[in-house]
Design a protein around this ligand. Structure first.
Ligand code: 0WD
Length: 258
């Protein structure tokens, strides 16, 4: 029996079979969870529906986190299928491409800053708020995906690093707010993985190579490994853990002079 048997988990941010969200969906399905997926736009609809089927689910719902109406409709639709919710995985981030290259001060704009924060950080609080009712008193958990750029200045990551710092603070504030209602909130800080979102970061290939050369385990992390950690955090095995950031990065974050 899997350690998520009987749990109902909503997973956002599946864009392809390379997505971290897909690693989470597969890992959680393996552990016996019932899965619901979301897709950002109509272009992704049939792909995400097929991926939901692979997890034994027929729940794939639209969600653009920039739209309050989408968030509201998502939980309404989910409520028609499920009597409660035990977990939400937030694996969504976006900044305009020109924000993610070159010098931070040259690149940053008011609009780029606001967009990065709205889509990559506020959306986590928005999902927590909208899902709160369905999760009340079920010992459920929220998990988001963050990156080392939240706490270190990483070349080209720029405004996304500041949005991730906001997201990590969001983890702590949400944990404090939802803990008394029986809901835990944590983040996974993943090492770099080649996904659609990562393709937008300038010199990403170079980043993968540098990590592989220097990190304690001498390899990059996989979506399966990140998914397994997220599955653990959503499970009752992690019942004492909230407000935390778990590094799943083959150890890179511990290095000083790598
Ligand atoms: O190296 C990496 N890939 C890392 C990613 C290292 C550490 C953390 N992360 C984080 C990302 O910042 C993000 O928060 O993991 C999360 C998932 O990212 P991913 O799996 O790397 O990327 P991807 O497969 O592209 O999925 C992210 C998806 C979007 O994909 P694209 O590339 O089409 O923007 O987030 C979704 C979208 O499907 N997304 C949205 N969903 C709903 N509403 C929105 C939106 N407005 N914007 C983006």
């Amino acid at each position: 029996m899997g350690f998520l048997e009987g749990k109902k988990i909503l997973i956002t941010g599946v864009a392809s079979n390379r997505s971290i969200a897909w690693g989470c969906a597969e890992a959680m399905h393996r552990q016996g969870a019932e899965i619901a997926l979301t897709y950002q736009n109509d272009k992704l609809k049939s792909r995400v529906e097929d991926m939901a089927h692979k997890c034994g689910s027929d729940i794939a719902l639209p969600l653009d986190v920039a739209q309050d109406a989408d968030i509201e409709a998502l939980f309404k639709a989910l409520g028609e299928r499920w009597d409660g919710l035990d977990g939400i995985v937030h694996a969504i981030a976006f900044a305009p491409r020109e924000q993610l290259e070159g010098d931070y001060v040259d690149a940053v704009t008011r609009e780029g800053f606001n967009t990065a924060h709205e889509i990559s950080s506020y959306s986590f609080a928005a999902l927590a708020k909208a899902g709160r009712g369905m999760m009340e008193g079920r010992n459920g958990a929220l998990v988001t995906m963050t990156y080392l750029g939240a706490v270190r200045a990483v070349p080209n990551y720029n405004v996304m690093g500041i949005a991730k710092a906001s997201l990590e603070a969001n983890v702590r504030y949400l944990a404090a707010s939802l803990g008394p209602h029986g809901t835990r909130v944590n983040g996974v800080s993943a090492g770099p993985i080649r996904t659609l979102a990562a393709a937008g970061i300038s010199d990403f290939r170079d980043m993968l190579k540098k990590v592989e050369e220097r990190t304690p385990l001498r390899r990059n992390v996989t979506i399966e490994e990140v998914g397994n950690a997220a599955a653990f955090l959503c499970s009752d095995l992690a019942s004492g853990i909230t407000g935390d950031i778990l590094y799943v990065d083959t150890g890179y974050n511990i290095l000083g002079l790598g």
